[in-house]
Write a protein that binds this ligand. Structure first.
Ligand code: IVH
Length: 666
């Protein structure tokens, strides 16, 4: 064991290095959670051994030296940091400390998201933006005025005329998830370095030497407070100040609330934690601030943070772990996906042991090797992925991944077509892995919707050769099913009933369920609407198919190929004989919304977003996930988020739910 003195020195050196990567290079090497742990360990050591605290310890200040290339700005009111609470208990002790110091029973807090971007300070003189600075080390920041002036949501001039003579507004500059995705897509196309996450993208964009580059980046701001106030007064509560900032035309997050006591804080926290994945931007926790400024005054500050605020952090979505092995998985269409097997790690609220590596190019690009220490990310329901490799921790024994030339499941050749990212097993339905996946797809909710036919059961049925193709499902007997692992009489009969029930379907579901390559739900719907009849579709030529709007040569080729295979025709026959049927489709030529594109956002009250989408599509419209100038209209439900702002900016018409219903009924 190192002595406390040695350990503190080690920690300081590591933290300094990581500060440099994070604040100066905008290229952190380790996840925030890991950084927090180093900092906490150092803080604990210093608390236990106060003689070890040195004035240059990273615990004694925030962030890192500003870059000299930008001019320096000395913050007249320092830009502080926030103390963290990683559990409800830590939050409760924060609230207790506040109450004890104020000698009150309950405190009013404002609750706001902790945005994951970078802090800036905007100086307004007589309502004009005269200077903008980054936080830097808290005392001195970088002058980024020219860059900040390119951010559309930052007013160059405040509304109204009752502003203090000098007013510093503080907020977080960030990039939305959508903006981040677009930015990285562009970077990939242009062969540039991609950003690890939206926060680095925001930091890297704001600290560009050329403002013209910053202007190209989708930076946004939410303001969350003030610094210097001279020649004028602000209201006596934080919540009122935020309202005042809004009135002056500054962008403040609309979901900020005033809450009562610890209970109110916990409730807000739980709510936001649930909504986290639906937000348009990354947040890493909730900030609680004492609302009354006189109470804040009474509480004051400790070294680098105020006593009147705390950041309750969410469970980390990024963690470090080690790659034990890299092997491959075979998908429904034979796609071979490299998968990293990981040392179990708790991230994003679950224990993760695998992470997809998408394809061979991705493995090369990220240069992931067996034995590497990697940053794993799991956000919401998204499958875990490897963000980056900590190259500094690579040992010489790390082994590179080699794409197999034979399918590990069926032994068929693996082929990789020039220009395609994906390698495929050529075994088709001979390959048990592809069969398995085809059956799971067939049974899935949006296909034939066979309830109770889970993945594990399909695996058993295929392994025991009880089901060789999807049609075999309909000849399963209850007594056979009852003998499977984790099945009993009751669940077997339930499954038989679900199978019976699934026989009544629609042509579009059926086509989707067949799992023809490149035929997703939208294409299946188009095919059903255009052909109306399975037999006619099966006879269609590539030219017939290509004549349809939305169907290109590749999809046409796959469809014709599929129906030419004798095996597929047999399976279809078997399915129809087993009693799978649907109502005849009347070929719809009524497509009044042909050529129009809609985007749906927020929560609808009378239907799900999916139902709305299907309704619009049935009338010929396209429904897209992202807004552009070409969007015909935005349908906005409750809590519409940033899309609404964007629509207004792009002058895209906005429809309410009721407007859309009327449109559908026309
Ligand atoms: S208030 C004295 N409010 O978190 C309090 N900060 O760890 C200063 N942040 O530098 C900050 N969202 O970059 C505040 N709603 C919010 C915030 C927020 C994100 C960032 C900010 C600050 C860091 C402190």
């Amino acid at each position: 064991m190192a002595t406390p003195e040695k350990r503190a020195a080690q920690l300081r050196e590591q933290i300094r290095y990581h500060n440099f990567r994070y604040y100066v290079l905008d290229d952190p090497q380790i996840p925030d959670a890991e950084y927090d742990r180093l900092m906490q360990e150092l803080q604990a050591l210093e608390t236990e051994h106060p003689e070890l605290v040195s004035p240059d310890s990273p615990t004694q200040r925030v962030g890192a030296e500003p870059l000299k290339v930008f001019g320096e700005v000395r913050h007249e009111v320092p830009m502080l940091s926030l103390d963290n609470a990683f559990s409800d208990e830590e939050l409760a002790s924060f609230d207790r400390r506040v109450r004890e110091r104020l000698e009150v029973d309950s405190v009013e807090y404002t609750a706001e998201p902790k945005l994951d971007g970078l802090a800036v300070s905007l100086l307004y003189e007589d309502g004009q933006l005269v200077r903008a600075a980054t936080r830097g080390d808290g005392a001195t920041g970088e002058n980024v005025t020219q860059n900040v002036r390119t951010i559309q949501s930052i007013p160059l001039r405040l509304l109204g005329n009752d502003h203090p003579h000098r007013l510093e507004v503080r907020g977080e500059v960030f990039i939305s998830r959508d903006g981040f995705r677009r930015l990285n897509e562009r970077a990939l196309q242009q062969g540039q370095k991609i950003f690890a996450n939206p926060r680095n993208a925001a930091a890297g964009s704001l600290r560009q030497l050329d403002p013209a580059v910053t202007a190209q980046r989708p930076l946004e701001i939410y303001c969350y407070g003030t610094g210097l106030v001279e020649g004028g007064e602000l209201p006596g509560r934080h919540s009122e100040i935020l309202q005042q900032l809004r009135d002056w035309g500054l962008r403040v997050y609309p979901g900020i609330e005033r809450v009562m006591g610890l209970e109110g804080c916990v409730k807000y926290y739980r709510q936001l934690e649930k909504q986290r994945d639906q937000l348009a931007f990354d947040i890493d926790g909730v900030v609680f601030k004492v609302d009354r400024l006189d109470q804040r005054q009474q509480l004051g500050f400790v070294a680098r943070a105020p006593r009147w605020a705390v950041a309750r952090k969410f469970a980390a979505q990024e963690e470090l772990t080690r790659v034990i092995d890299i092997d491959v998985q075979v998908g429904r269409t034979g796609a071979i996906t490299p998968v990293a097997r990981l040392e179990p790690v708790f991230v994003g609220g679950v224990t993760v042991t695998n992470a997809t590596l998408h394809n061979e190019d991705e493995v090369r690009r990220k240069d992931v090797r067996v034995g590497d220490t990697v940053v794993v990310r799991r956000a919401g329901d998204v499958i875990p992925e490897i963000v980056s490799v900590v190259k500094e921790r690579r040992s010489e024994t790390c082994r590179s991944f080699v794409m197999p030339t034979q399918c590990p499941v069926c032994g068929s050749d693996i082929e990789k077509i020039e220009g395609e990212a994906v390698a495929r097993c050529t075994g088709g339905l001979y390959c048990a892995a592809q069969r398995r996946e085809a059956i799971k797809h067939f049974a899935s909710r949006r296909a034939m919707d066979i309830e109770g036919l889970g993945d594990k059961l399909v695996d058993q049925l295929v392994d025991l050769k009880l089901v060789e193709d999807v049609a075999d499902l309909y000849s399963l007997r209850p007594e056979i099913l009852a003998g499977m692992e984790r099945m009993g009489d009751k669940s077997a009969h339930k499954l038989i009933a679900a199978l019976e029930c699934s026989k009544e379907t629609t042509l579009e579901r059926f086509l989707y369920a067949l799992g023809i390559r490149e035929v997703g739900e939208a294409t299946a719907r188009t095919l059903a609407q255009e052909f109306g009849d399975l037999e006619v579709l099966m006879q269609a030529s590539e030219a017939d198919l290509e004549a349809i709007h939305d169907i290109g040569p590749v999809v046409a080729r796959h469809i014709v190929n599929f129906f030419q295979q004798a095996h597929n025709r047999e399976v279809i026959d078997k399915l129809l004989t087993a009693g799978v049927h649907w109502q005849a489709v009347t070929v719809s030529r009524h497509r009044p919304l042909e050529g129009h594109t809609y985007v749906i956002t927020g929560t609808l009250s009378s239907m799900t977003r999916d139902q709305a989408k299907q309704g619009l599509q049935a009338l010929g419209a396209k429904v897209s996930g992202s807004l552009s100038k070409k969007t015909s209209a935005l349908v906005a439900g409750d809590n519409p988020g940033s899309k609404l702002d964007k629509a207004e900016k792009l002058q895209v018409p906005v429809l309410s739910e009721q407007d859309m219903i009327e449109l559908l009924q026309q």
